[in-house]
Design a protein around this ligand. Structure first.
Ligand code: PGA
Length: 250
């Protein structure tokens, strides 16, 4: 399976920054045949900048774009939210759901994350379901159990599960410069994959991304792990140079 290199631009930059960043990524990837054969690319800009990214990517089908969140509800009276059909209509093929920042800022529970993932699947959008433990949970030896529980409750009950992606993002590694040891990353990814197989034996293997302070310096060893299906990159995805350096690490 190709690795997925995904940029999470979070709530950063203005329209001009989004245009510049996507143009730089396109220029950097243009002609990189070998790299494009090895990896799928995805950028998730702030929702207001998706239109500009779509415009810039016209004719560059090898870069996908997605949203950072989606409502579980259909179109209607839900001020400020975006429905899955709107996200699809904007051309998005992926959506991040259950990022730890949304779980923390908006109190999103696993159950809410599951309904959002279900809405995405129903609209033919691939949800990237984020899970990950806190530092306290890691230090008390509960990381595997916490992530198992999140996965069991955050994956929707019905749906085409072979279209989901899981992102393992330890909360304490996001934006901190800290990363788990390679052994811990490998152990968690292998654990997630075997749990998924046990829960959904009838489905294909799932792609599990690593996220949390992924940088050009640590990407080669992390992305070379067989259990790691790619990366979800925050800070380092905001400069084309570092985003592409991470991609080249594969
Ligand atoms: P980071 O963020 O790469 O800046 O740690 C990753 C994420 O939150 O998806």
């Amino acid at each position: 399976m190709k690795k997925l290199i995904a940029g999470n631009w979070k709530m950063t930059g203005d329209l001009n920054d989004a245009r510049t960043l996507i143009a730089d990524i396109v220029n950097g990837l243009d002609g990189e045949k070998e790299l494009l054969e090895k990896a799928d690319f995805l950028v998730c800009p702030p929702a207001l900048h998706i239109g500009a990214v779509r415009h810039a990517l016209h004719g560059f089908a090898y870069i996908h774009y997605g949203a950072q969140d989606v409502s579980a509800e259909g179109n209607g009276a839900h001020t400020g939210d975006l429905s899955a059909s709107m996200v699809k209509d904007a051309g998005c093929s992926y959506v991040i759901v259950g990022h730890s920042e949304r779980r923390a800022d908006h109190g999103e529970s696993d159950e809410v994350v599951a309904t959002k993932a279900a809405a995405a699947i129903a609209a033919d959008i691939v949800p990237i379901i984020c899970v990950g433990e806190t530092l306290e949970q890691r230090e008390s030896g509960k990381a595997l159990d916490v992530v198992s529980a999140q996965i069991k409750a955050s994956i929707p009950e019905h749906g085409a599960f072979n279209t989901i992606v899981i992102a393992y993002e330890p909360v304490w590694a996001i934006g901190t410069g800290k990363v788990p040891s390679l052994g811990d990353i490998d152990e968690m990814h292998a654990h997630i994959r075997s749990l998924y197989k046990e829960l959904y034996p009838e489905h294909n293997a799932v792609r599990v991304l690593y996220g949390g302070s992924l940088k050009p310096a640590n990407a080669p060893e992390i992305l070379h792990l067989d259990s790691v299906g790619g990366g979800l990159i925050g800070g380092a995805s905001l400069k084309a140079e570092s985003f592409l350096a991470i991609a080249r690490a594969i």
